[in-house]
Design a binder for this molecule. Structure first.
Ligand code: IMP
Length: 430
């Protein structure tokens, strides 16, 4: 059995939840390796719509091990809420099958406050999810962070909270002119999560290595997307972790050589939430129509998502950056009613044509997308399960996307339900 990673190739919200839900059926273990409750995976399972922000989507399948890896930043309040809701719906039947790395960093209340303050009072608004992600990763990098294992040790936790709050309170009060935090209150509030965390905290690295030795099938669950990657995304309009396949190893503790296949997820069009450049964005009625048909509203924040045509320039680069072995093309049915469908094949900046995304963010804003136009199929493909049943123009569209991105399409999604999927190749077995 192969080990498979799932990565978003655009700006997040590509539909990873559905693919992970499908693929987790073939996996023994599902591991999240980066990000935190800024993710939002919407899955329709057993007729129920479930939105998960932190817990790996594989939790919805029985008899699977789910791991929150060391690269994740974890908000205990979100964790508690998700566990409660999942248990109410009949999921997480066996607590021993859900593991949280003791090395994962904890999102503290001051992280959430600083995230909000930076967004509202800072000079550059990023349009974050407001979940404290950036400030938590900042503390991790500056070696001030509090890990799950620290939270479980009363003495260490108390010391770390006090040390952190000396600095955070100074910034919050003096720079942002806002109300600070009392160490005792923070310690008290977070102590209530100790019991819950103790139940799930483990040496996830040793566990995952044991799984590897026993040839268990492992699924790496990516969150956000390639263009929100802190290094390769549209910096500074990015999230604060490496979202790409390269981080599957660091964020889980498994070696890069253990990952056999990378499934790159992309929508049949493009969308993003928050601020930042988006060359193929449709600001007018076409974009509005796409948003409406695609129900494009953020799973975490509810914000309307910006929509536009498929951008082959960014996807082609993302295929290379992540070493994608096969694509999953999502929401093809959203394009059903478009008579003509545009695909961006290059950018024009000034008088020059570019086939790669620019490094400079200002150039990104100046990009004029160069479109190739294809005929639409003008009929509903909602729920189609076989490739042969797709209209010819839909097949032509898919073929052209393969040529332009340099990757073959393995999975096609034609609706939100688990069953509305065309599987051309299963990455676990092909
Ligand atoms: P943060 O991750 O909350 O710091 O937000 C940074 C940027 O990443 C913002 O533009 C967010 O909208 C975006 N972002 C973070 N998580 C997701 C996600 O799961 N899907 C889409 N966009 C996201």
């Amino acid at each position: 059995m192969a080990n498979v990673g799932v990565i978003g190739l655009q700006w997040g919200d590509e539909g990873k939840g559905k693919v992970i839900d499908y693929l987790s059926d073939f996996a023994d273990v599902i591991v999240r390796f980066q990000g935190g409750p800024n993710a939002g995976h919407t899955i329709v399972a057993n007729g129920q719509k479930v939105i998960l922000h932190l817990i790996p989507s594989g939790i919805l399948r029985e008899n699977k091990y789910c791991v929150i890896g060391n690269g994740v930043v974890l908000d205990p309040a979100v964790l508690e809420q998700e566990i409660t809701e999942l248990k109410k719906l009949g999921f997480i039947k066996d607590d021993k099958k859900f593991l949280i790395s003791g090395l994962a960093h904890v999102i503290m209340p001051y992280h959430k406050k600083l995230d909000a303050l930076k967004e509202s009072k800072g000079t550059k608004k990023i349009g974050t999810t407001g979940r404290g992600i950036g400030p938590a990763y900042e503390d991790k990098s500056s070696r001030l962070g509090i890990r799950v294992i620290d939270l479980l040790d009363r003495k260490v936790f108390t010391e770390k909270v006090k040390q952190n709050l000396e600095i955070k309170n100074y910034v919050i009060k003096k720079y942002y002119k806002d109300e600070g935090f009392k160490p005792r209150q923070v310690i008290k509030d977070y102590s209530q999560y100790v019991k819950l965390l103790r139940k799930y905290t483990a040496d996830s690295v040793s566990f995952l290595h044991k799984c590897l030795d026993r040839k268990k099938a492992i699924l790496f669950e990516g969150a956000q997307g390639t263009y929100l990657d802190i290094d390769h995304g549209t910096y500074p309009y990015v999230t604060s972790s490496n979202t790409m396949s390269g981080n599957m190893s660091c964020g889980s503790g498994l070696p890069p050589t253990s990952i056999d296949r990378i499934v790159g997820i992309t929508k049949a069009y493009t969308m993003r939430v928050g601020e930042g450049p988006f060359p193929t964005e449709l600001a007018g009625p076409e974009g509005e129509l796409m948003r409406k048909i695609g129900d494009e509203f953020g799973a975490t924040t509810g914000r309307p998502r910006r929509c536009g045509w498929f951008d082959a320039v960014i996807v082609k680069r993302a295929v290379k950056l992540n070493g994608v072995t096969g694509l999953a093309l999502m929401k093809l049915d959203v394009l059903d009613t478009f008579e003509k469908i545009n695909v961006c094949v290059a950018y024009k900046i000034g008088k020059r044509l570019y086939s790669q995304p620019p490094m400079d963010i200002q150039d990104y804003y100046r990009c004029e997308p160069q479109y190739e136009q294809l005929d639409g199929w003008n009929r509903s493909i909602r729920g189609v399960k076989k490739y042969e049943d797709l209209p010819e123009n839909a097949k032509k569209y898919l073929k052209r996307l393969e040529e332009l991105t340099g990757a073959r399409i393995d999975i096609i999604s034609t609706g939100p339900e688990r069953e509305s999927t065309i599987i051309l190749r299963n990455p676990f077995s092909s």
